[in-house]
Design a binder for this molecule. Structure first.
Ligand SMILES: Nc1ncnc2c1ncn2[C@@H]1O[C@H](COP(=O)(O)OP(=O)(O)O)[C@@H](O)[C@H]1O
Ligand SMILES: [Mg+2]
Length: 364
């Protein structure tokens, strides 16, 4: 099937909000399709700007700068989910914003997100909102008085803004300490964590990569292994869940869906990321299309490619000082190294990742 008539032609410009490594890898994927990338970000150092045709340095609340940026691009996408609502609304009035504002609204607030997942029939951890210390006590009791996690409703990432609590006093103290509206989540004793990275095209076609199995260290993704070791019916259920979410949000682009596989074999949605996702980096070297190219194709109105894998892969994040191992990794025959060009290797900072390829196991 040929690209739809509304597909942006080579030479068109994709505007990306956010200047981090995800923007960098999106820009690298746009280049072979002849599409230009224009990054909009407030920060002085931008891994994405290095690989993009243009950078506008501006705040997400700078209306004049945002208008000027919109005038120079054909479509707007984003590489982080905390784009302020007013910024997204302003841009949506000027150019197509893909994925849409709806996806941002749902994903930005953990209470809205979990409620939206329940509303479309998907399972989540038990939860209750805890907007102040008093409400945290009620929430703790409502969840059965069992060990739980307090998380800020907004702006958390890489385990930041989270605290494990074992009684109502601890829950109240955690909410008071964060000084922001929170959610209380029941602790899921999961068998393993998996994620599905999937895309929906402008024509409604959905392509999902195989689920990856994820391990975290200190709240940060450490390793993703693809394919996840799953019974075929569980992998199929993970795909079904991703499809239900994409449809419900009338989504265009790549989404990351984080799931817990509980002891009974049920899949619970942990969170969704309305963007390319760290647990999908393995697709860069192990698949017929990477999550980055797939996202560019979707937002540019191009047809999606089949999300077919042709190697097994283990992705390891290079966090902080891990990056000093670059010489050894560069010498590994089956390792594909991706560095983000960040100058300072601060603890907890994602500096790069490595995809180690293994012969195709054939599971799919
Ligand atoms: N309700 C829960 N039960 C058990 N573990 C959890 C729960 N929520 C989060 N975690 C653990 O903490 C990690 C980070 O939490 P998550 O909600 O994904 O926040 P972040 O936005 O920081 O990724 C998860 O990947 C999981 O390992
Ligand atoms: Mg997460």
């Amino acid at each position: 099937m040929a690209a739809a008539p509304h597909a942006l032609p080579p030479g068109a410009t994709i505007g990306i909000l956010g200047g981090g490594q995800l923007g960098r890898m999106l820009a690298l994927a746009a280049a072979p399709l002849g599409l230009h990338v224009h990054i909009y970000a407030p920060d002085a150092e931008s891994p994405a700007a290095e690989t993009a045709a243009k950078l506008t340095r501006g705040g997400y609340d700078d209306e004049a700068m945002l208008r000027a940026f919109a005038a120079e691009v054909d479509v707007v996408t984003y590489e982080f989910e905390n784009v302020p609502a007013a910024c997204a609304a302003l841009l949506a009035g000027l150019k197509p914003v893909r994925p849409g504002v709806k996806a941002l609204e749902v994903a930005q607030d953990r209470v809205t997100e979990k409620s939206a997942m329940r509303a479309i029939g998907l399972g989540t951890a038990p939860f209750a909102k805890a907007d102040d210390a008093e409400e945290a006590r009620t929430a703790f009791a409502a969840l059965g008085g069992k060990p739980a996690i307090v998380k800020t409703r907004r702006l958390g990432y890489d385990g930041k803004g989270q605290a494990r609590v074992s009684d109502a006093d601890e829950a109240a103290a955690a909410v008071a300490r964060f000084g922001a509206p929170c959610i209380l989540e029941g602790l899921v004793s999961f068998e393993r964590e998996i994620s599905v990275v999937a895309a929906r095209g402008i024509d409604g076609r959905i392509e999902a990569f195989e689920p990856a199995e994820n391990t975290h260290e200190g709240g940060i993704l450490h390793r993703s292994v693809a394919p996840a070791r799953l019974k075929p019916q569980i992998a199929a259920e993970a795909w079904r869940i991703a499809g239900v979410i994409l449809e419900a949000l009338e989504y265009v682009g790549v989404i990351g869906v984080e799931l817990f596989l509980d002891k009974d074999g049920a899949l619970l949605v942990n969170e969704i990321a309305p963007r390319v996702h760290n647990s999908g980096h393995w697709t860069m070297d192990a698949c017929a299309v990477s999550q980055f190219e797939q996202h560019i194709r979707a937002v540019a109105g191009w047809p999606l490619k089949p999300a077919v894998r042709f190697a097994d892969c283990e992705m390891e994040n290079l966090i902080g000082d891990d990056v000093t191992r670059w010489r050894e990794i560069a010498a590994e025959p089956n390792a594909c190294l991706h560095l983000y060009g960040k100058s300072e290797a601060r603890p907890g900072r994602k500096m790069g990742h490595v995809n180690r390829l293994f012969p195709f196991s054939g599971r799919r």
